[in-house]
Structure formats: C-alpha cells, structure tokens
Design a protein around this ligand. Structure first.
Ligand code: ATP
Ligand code: MG
Ligand code: MG
Length: 289
C-alpha cells in the first residue's frame, strides 16, 4: 500500500555559496534561501524602488535591513538557492564602471600618482604618454579611463568579471578579455557548448532588454558597476538577474537616460543597453543559424 503523507516539506540542500566579485567579507548566509550583503544606503534605496518597478522579477527579492554582530546588512534572495551545482557568471554592464561624481572627485587636488603609473606600466609598458613617462606619474582620472580600455568595458559595454563552472573550476582573470572573439570563447566555455542553455540565456536577455526599455527605474538612474548574474545547472534551467546596485544613482528630475547614447562627460550615459545589445548580438551569433 502506498502511504501518502498529507504534506511535503522540502528541505533546501546545503551547498557551498559562491561569490564571484567584491570583498570576501561582504556577504553572509541568511535563512530561507536568503543572503546578507554589507549595507550600502545607495543599494538599499535602489532595491526598495526596484521592488515596485517592472524590473522586480529580474532582481533579487529584497527584505530590508538586518543587523548581525553590530553590522547592518541588506537582506535579499540568494539567487543560487534553487539550483543544483550551478554554473555562474558575473558580467559587469556598461561602458564605464565609475560614476561621473567619482571622476569629479578624482580631479580635486590633482596629484601625480606614481602607484598608478607603476600599475599602468606593469600591464602595458606602452600605455603612458611621453609626458607621463617623464613625470613617472599619472593623474587619477586618466588612470580610471585607461583602465576601462583594458577589458571589453569600453569597446563592448560589458565585461566578464568571473565564471564558476559546475565542475568547480573558477576563473576571475578576465581583466584583459577585450575582443569579441575572446568573450565568445569564454561564453562558449561557460555553457560547455550546450546550445539549449545558450538559447535560454538569449531569450532571458531579450526579455530583460524589453523590460528595461519600459522601466521607470531604469530610465531615471545612472546604472554603473551593476552586473548581470547568469546561473544554469544540469537540469537545464538557465536564468539571468541584475545585481549590485552600489553605484546606481538617481538622476535629478526630470532628467532621464537612454543608456545607449555614447558617454560624454556631463550626459551621465552609462552604455548599459548598448552593452546588452552587444551581449545579445554575441549570444545570437554563437547559435547555429
Ligand atoms: P563589486 O562592487 O566589487 O562588484 P560587491 O561587494 O558590490 O562587489 P556584488 O557584485 O553584489 O558585490 O556581488 C559579488 C558576487 O556575489 C557576485 O558576483 C555573485 O557571485 C555573488 N552574489 C551577489 N548577490 C547575489 C545574490 N543575490 N545571489 C547569489 N549570488 C550573489
Ligand atoms: Mg559587483
Ligand atoms: Mg558593487
């Protein structure tokens, strides 16, 4: 005789949580498939507004501020909770990863930075100008702008920050992954050549794009340093969420952005949708025609 229990209680499996970017101490495990991220007011404001926006299904659910060991955290959904040994990719969106206000700040009290010059030379000995070479130093704004040209941020409007695959291999060394072919190679490796997963991701990205184009939140914010988190597993599930709103700031009303117009200082455009267009184009071109 089959004995049916009156209800089913499913216990979430325990699994090692994976973090692909940011400082290691910024996250804590929460209960009920939730996650604590070190408090940032800017992010709190964004997540709060996002819970009332059309983008809500495309960001982690947000549950307010909690305290643990005298530290404040934003409590949000753990996006990995419903996956088994997930493969994960963090793609940082936009054609620049600093805010206009950070650039202004970097210009206050201009100082020649020897440390930044050294970092520059270490990556590309040909990068400094003749003058910079003579001074053995660079100004911080110049360094910030140069750094964006190393990866695909400046040329494609997004860059891969990290990839962790189901087999446990993890790569966060994409700082110089710049060209379309290199990006394609990394994506191909991420999906393990699985066309079905690719197709699903493409659908998710197209859907997200159309929601972004309608979103009031998106229209009225400069979205910088935010990522798309890609997650899939062997069951064939594949999803994409927007995460990391620590540098997403409201524009003074009634200003809006289209997120595609090239950035010139003062227009605050972030290239987010331009980057998404490119990402969608790359995913499409990887599928058999
Ligand atoms: P940075 O600003 O340097 O990118 P950060 O401290 O703002 O880092 P996030 O970018 O928000 O942190 O997250 C870092 C990593 O943690 C992500 O790449 C992802 O792997 C993981 N992560 C973040 N939020 C979630 C979430 N809600 N669910 C699952 N994983 C997450
Ligand atoms: Mg991030
Ligand atoms: Mg961040």
């Amino acid at each position: 005789m089959v004995h049916w229990s009156p209800f089913v209680v499913s216990f979430k499996k325990r699994y090692p949580w994976v973090q692909l970017a940011g400082h290691a101490g910024n996250f804590q495990a929460g209960e009920f498939g939730r996650l604590l991220k070190r408090y940032c007011e800017c992010e709190q404001q964004c997540l709060q507004k996002l819970m009332k926006d059309t983008l809500r299904p495309h960001v982690p659910g947000y549950y307010g501020v909690v305290q643990r060991d005298e530290q404040d955290y934003n409590l949000m959904d753990d996006l990995l909770a419903d996956f088994d040994s997930p493969s994960i990719m963090d793609c940082k969106m936009g054609s620049r990863t600093y805010l206009e206000e950070e650039l202004l700040k970097a210009r206050e009290r201009p100082r020649l930075r020897k440390d930044m010059y050294d970092k520059m030379v270490a990556v590309d000995p040909g990068a400094p100008t003749e003058q910079e070479r003579a001074q053995q130093g660079v100004l911080k704004p110049r360094y910030m702008q140069w750094r964006e040209t190393l990866s695909s941020t400046a040329t494609l409007g997004f860059r891969i920050e990290g990839i962790k695959k189901a087999d446990g291999t993890c790569n966060t060394n994409f700082k110089k992954t710049k060209h379309r072919e290199q990006v394609m190679q990394a994506l191909e490796d991420f999906v393990g050549g699985n066309t079905q997963i690719l197709k699903l991701y493409l659908q998710r990205l197209e859907e997200l794009r159309s929601v972004l184009e309608q979103s009031n939140f998106f229209r009225t914010h400069e979205v910088v340093g935010s990522s798309l988190l890609f997650v899939h597993d062997a069951s064939g599930k594949a999803r994409v969420w927007m995460i990391d709103f620590g540098k997403t700031v409201p524009l003074p009303t009634p200003r809006t952005l289209d997120h595609r117009t090239p950035w010139v200082e003062g227009n605050r455009e972030d290239g987010y949708l331009w980057g998404l267009d490119n990402l969608i184009d790359i995913f499409s071109s990887m599928l058999p025609q």
